[in-house]
Design a protein around this ligand. Structure first.
Ligand code: NAD
Length: 246
């Protein structure tokens, strides 16, 4: 499934799942705009892409800021002339039980995880609507489907992504633009490494396939969803979770 002659923006791809997605798409022949709020990490991902023979460009931008997002899109268009693929991956957690949850933690999670998806999708969609083609994949979470004690802000943002994706899939379908969400289960990255060993054992018990996920498990599904092999799929949320959500 080569995707030559395509240009993708992957938000939050300075590390973790986003980096794996950027590398996977670059390996498929996609020119990848590596966005992250942390410019050093974005540059590192681009170095990895180039070392593997691919093409990438690092653009530092904070997805919560409309001016940053506009600059991100403009830089991508100036460099590559078009954008075919948007992967909204940037996300954070600020976990605590509701009664202890600070307003700032609610606002930060909703701003990055949900408003960021809105801003990037809106900014990219202008060009996609004009070219009458495009693919958007939004990274949600199984927690957006099932909820999770201690993650009310995160679960709300990830459920919001699912409703957003379905709505935009309906708005854009007639213009040849597909929009889907992926709901990862428990994937080993910096985001999840803080979990203690006891909790890790508990999580493992809840995964029928008996192992934690790897960033590449998500990246390979992104590659499928943006490819012509998925040309009849839109508005869906695909759980990639080792069976956790069953
Ligand atoms: P991570 O913390 O390893 O990486 C997130 C990246 O996003 C970082 O490089 C960070 O600098 C960047 N980022 C943060 N705020 C940003 C902003 N405002 N603008 C641009 N970039 C920003 O996380 P991860 O585990 O790779 O998670 C990636 C996505 O997958 C997130 O949306 C997360 O919610 C989702 N997810 C992860 C898991 C998991 O188990 N790791 C499970 C379900 C969903």
């Amino acid at each position: 499934m080569m995707l030559n002659d395509s240009v993708a923006i992957v938000t939050g791809s300075g590390q973790g799942i986003g980096r794996a997605i950027a590398l996977e798409l670059a390996a498929a022949g996609v020119q990848v705009v590596v966005n992250d709020v942390n410019s050093d990490k974005a540059e590192e991902t681009v170095e990895l892409i180039r070392a593997a023979g691919g093409e990438g460009l690092a653009v530092q931008a904070d997805v919560t800021k409309a001016a940053d997002v506009d600059r991100l899109i403009k830089t991508a268009l100036d460099q590559f002339g078009k954008i075919n693929i948007l992967i909204n991956n940037a996300g954070i957690t600020r976990d605590s039980l509701l009664l202890r949850m600070k307003e700032a933690d609610w606002d930060a999670v909703l701003a990055i995880n949900l408003k960021g998806v809105f801003l990037c999708t809106k900014a990219v969609s202008k060009g996609m609507l004009k070219q009458r083609s495009g693919v958007i994949v939004n990274i949600s979470s199984v927690v957006g489907l099932s909820g999770n004690a201690g993650q009310a802000n995160y679960a709300a943002s990830k459920a919001g992504i699912i409703g957003f994706s379905k709505s935009i899939a309906k708005e854009f379908a007639s213009r040849g633009i597909r929009v889907n969400a992926i709901a990862p289960g428990y994937i080993s990255t910096d985001m999840t490494e803080t979990l203690g060993e006891g909790l890790q054992t508990e999580v493992l018990r809840a995964i029928p396939l008996g192992r934690l996920g790897k960033p590449e498990d998500i990246a390979q599904v992104v590659r499928f969803l943006v490819s012509p092999a998925a040309s009849y799929i839109t508005g869906q949320t695909l759980c990639v979770d080792g069976g956790m959500e069953i």
